[in-house]
Ligand binder design. Structure first.
Ligand SMILES: NC(=O)c1ccc[n+]([C@@H]2O[C@H](COP(=O)([O-])OP(=O)(O)OC[C@H]3O[C@@H](n4cnc5c(N)ncnc54)[C@H](OP(=O)(O)O)[C@@H]3O)[C@@H](O)[C@H]2O)c1
Length: 292
């Protein structure tokens, strides 16, 4: 056991932000364990000795087994990065309770399952950092991503409370709030089953999807989150929240705190529903994605 190297556990390290962070931290000398429902190791991950473990966040026994595997091998987890997550888009009225429960199972209860398994070990050691991935959508209720926003608001409340409970055990909790990043998230996002061209929400929905998908496709590179996580885990007193993204996205979080609620709401409505698809190529891309 090499006690000079931090042991990092990253959920959802097969793609996007999780994979980029796994690589960044491994290159910085950490011992990195990543999870996926169907793990694959590519050449670069192999080169940096990243170990991938099978884990499905929605399954208690799968989460228990994954954490046990790391504990058996390393005897400790210094940093838990609860990164795995997915999205759904659709008008809230067009989204049923089963679809909402499904997303909460991954984005919220999945995170809770992992924390409940890791926390007793961190508590015994009297040290540890837990970083929970929220989103700017966990600070601003995003139209047509309302269910996704709800899961991330839940992550925010849970993390804020957890931080106060575990501080006295030497455990630090941080909330990561990314803006738009270019990852596998966009193509994996589901659409509510009842979404239809006949829905009274369709026109605004279509405009909004075209805006946020375009923001993601042209978004920041996930590597910058790897760099930020590396900074957080080497800071003696990390902040509770880290907003990461482009300038306008970071500004929107700040502005929300100061503007009257209805004024801020108008700005968001205008941003997403006042713009929308600009070119035929874009229309074709969004049409294909929705496949209605
Ligand atoms: N991209 C953005 O613009 C953005 C913005 C704000 C916040 N975020 C947040 O950042 C986190 C990472 O997203 P990303 O953009 O990197 O997306 P991504 O490229 O789609 O990666 C998502 C990861 O989560 C894992 N995952 C999804 N469902 C899972 C489940 N049920 N059990 C276990 N693992 C599961 C996936 O692993 P497998 O499919 O291999 O199991 C994958 O490794 C998410 O929490 C997301 O909400 C992303």
């Amino acid at each position: 056991m090499d006690k000079t190297r931090k042991v990092i556990f990253i959920t959802g390290a097969s793609s996007g932000i999780g994979k980029a962070t796994a690589l960044y931290l491994a290159k910085e000398g950490a011992i990195v364990y990543g999870t996926s429902r169907s793990p694959k190791i590519d050449k670069e991950m192999d080169k940096w000795n990243i170990r991938m473990i099978t884990m499905n966040l929605t399954d208690d026994s799968s989460v228990k087994a994954a954490v046990k595997e790391v504990m058996d091998r390393e005897g400790r987890i210094d940093v838990l990065f609860n990164n795995a997550g997915s999205g759904i888009s659709g008008a809230l009225e067009d989204t049923n309770v089963e679809e909402i429960k499904e997303l909460f199972e991954t984005n919220f209860f999945g995170m809770v399952r992992v924390i409940n398994e890791v926390l007793p070990h961190m508590r015994k050691l009297g040290t540890g950092i837990i970083i929970n991935s929220s989103s700017i959508g966990g600070v601003i209720g995003l139209p047509y991503q309302g269910v996704y926003s709800s899961t991330k608001f839940a992550v925010e409340g849970y993390s804020e409370a957890l931080s106060k409970e575990v501080r006295r055990f030497g455990i630090k909790v941080c909330i990561l709030e990314p803006g738009d990043f270019k990852t596998g998230f966009t193509s994996r996002r589901k659409f509510s089953a009842a979404t239809s061209k006949k829905s009274c929400y369709y026109e605004d929905f279509l405009k909004t999807v075209s805006v946020f998908e375009s923001d993601e496709i042209n978004g920041c590179k996930p590597e910058i989150i790897g760099k930020l996580i590396n900074k957080i885990i080497h800071t003696s007193n990390p902040k509770l929240r880290y907003v990461v993204g482009n300038f306008e996205q970071k500004l929107s979080v700040l502005v929300k705190k100061f503007l009257p609620g209805r004024v801020f709401e108008k700005i968001i409505i205008n941003y997403y529903m006042g713009k929308g698809i600009k070119t035929n190529d874009e229309l074709e891309r969004v049409d294909k994605r929705l496949n209605l």
